[in-house]
Design a protein around this ligand. Structure first.
Ligand code: FAD
Length: 407
């Protein structure tokens, strides 16, 4: 192998979060190595797959500021209202964009569209060197740098970087190489994802419905279809994958009701086993842990990528501030940890709490949550707090989320 090539930043994982970071830091003029195991347009790409993502307004602003939103916008569907309900109960909550003075609560975008836009943007920067398909085969943390061995289809490479970023998903090998333990809790649930065509137009409403067999989300798509995220026990999910289309539509109808009329068609079904993964720390040595490598969440409230994108915005801003100050490297990592702590804790706690409360069959809890949903609908401050939380309002909003460029 030839002599190591030196970079400012090595990003391991070019999925939704790693690719966003590469685009965000590219204008800073840093030399960046991006190492991704699976080509972004490949059928088997685990991040840019058949899913759709509900993007908060804060995420849209970040994507706007890093220059990729115009490309994504043409294929994004606005969410004008969110409707939360509990099957078999009378309590339900509505969050209205217009009532909050917004044109949309967020947007629904296909993950493949995000992949196409992010990768075409990062490929346009000469200071971003892409290794793909390639994997990191060894990591050696040193005092003033990190040494990496990269094993790629076109041969092996040796890299040295001032910082390494773990953006390699919930099972992060980089996180493990730096000895950072993660707490993993299996929810014993599987999300079945597909698209459905309802008889009535969705009117840009996103539905979140809690049922005895788990939460169900319907997100509006541009062509009148909806993305369905159906969370079920493992056994029921296995059965649901095997149901005929007619059976599947009938089961969905029973769980969701007729707010959108009859469900007429269903697309291909794909399963995602669900767990909570929380890394014990967000940095170690010269490594920063972001996105799912730091926290892999239940998709119930659609917050995982939105949170990961805020990791990106904060890290990119600190890298911009610390440019040319190698003596301040430890300070950068400590600042990153401190900045991310409250947002991270809040979203992990909120998402996990939602799963637990709505999975609780204990009658007093059911009645309380019912009252809770009603109270939630009647109390605008509670809704504003949720919509602010979903959009990532925290005490110090990163520049990219305020529309301020880093250069
Ligand atoms: C069903 C479902 C629905 C969701 N819906 C929403 C939503 O509506 N809104 C929202 O905000 N979030 C949502 N999420 C969460 C969101 O998908 C994740 O937060 C997001 O994918 C995290 O991106 P990531 O880049 O951190 O990790 P990943 O998506 O896991 O990507 C990791 C990347 O690293 C690569 N990689 C792994 N190991 C290596 C290695 N050793 N070397 C090189 N490359 C490597 C992988 O190939 C992959 O490309 C949902 C999640 C699920 C499961």
């Amino acid at each position: 192998m030839s002599a190591p090539v030196r970079y400012d930043l090595a990003i391991v994982g070019g999925g939704m979060v790693g690719a966003s970071l590469a685009v965000a830091v590219a204008p800073l003029g840093l030399s960046v190595a991006l190492i991704e195991a699976v080509a972004p347009e490949a059928e088997s790409q685990p991040s840019f797959d058949e899913r759709t993502t509900a993007l908060s307004n804060g995420s849209r602003r970040i994507l706007e500021t890093i220059g990729v939103w115009p490309d994504i916008a043409a294929e994004a569907t606005p969410i004008r209202r969110i409707h939360v309900s509990d099957r078999g109960r009378f309590g339900f909550a509505r969050i209205d964009a217009a009532a909050q003075g917004l044109t949309a609560m967020g947007h629904v975008v296909a993950n493949r569209v995000l992949g196409r836009s992010l990768w075409s943007a990062l490929r346009a920067h000469a200071n971003v060197r892409v290794f793909c398909p390639a994997e990191v085969s060894a990591i050696t943390p040193l005092a003033d740098k990190v040494a990496l061995a990269v094993h790629g289809q076109r041969g092996d490479a040796a890299i040295e970087a001032r910082f390494i970023v773990a953006a390699d998903g919930a099972q992060s090998m980089v996180r493990q190489a730096f000895g950072v333990a993660a707490e993993v809790r299996d929810y014993g649930q599987t999300a079945v994802i597909t698209t459905v065509l309802p008889q009535r137009f969705h009117d840009h409403i996103a539905y979140e419905r809690f049922t005895d067999s788990g939460p169900l989300a319907l997100l509006p798509l541009a062509d009148g279809r909806c993305t369905l995220v159906l969370t079920l026990s493992r056994a029921l999910a296995d059965a649901a994958l095997a149901w005929t289309d007619e059976q599947f539509l009938a089961e969905l109808q029973r769980r969701f009701g007729f707010r959108l009329g009859r469900f007429l068609k269903v697309g291909r079904r794909v399963a995602y086993p669900l767990s909570l993964t929380v890394a014990g720390r967000t940095s170690a040595g010269r490594c920063v842990i972001i996105g799912n490598a730091a926290q892999g969440l239940h998709p119930v409230a659609g917050m995982g990528f939105n949170l990961g994108l805020r990791d990106v915005a904060c890290l990119a801003e600190l890298l911009a501030e610390h440019r040319g100050r190698a003596d301040a490297d430890a300070g950068l990592l400590a600042e990153y940890d401190a900045w991310r702590a409250a947002d991270r804790r809040g979203i992990i706690g909120f998402t996990d709490g939602l799963v637990r409360v709505f999975a609780n069959p204990f009658e007093p809890v059911r009645q309380l949550r019912n009252l809770g949903l009603l109270a939630f609908d009647l109390l605008p401050p509670a809704k504003s707090a949720l919509s602010a939380l979903s959009s990532g309002a925290s005490r110090r909003t990163p520049k990219l989320a305020r529309g301020v460029a880093l250069t």
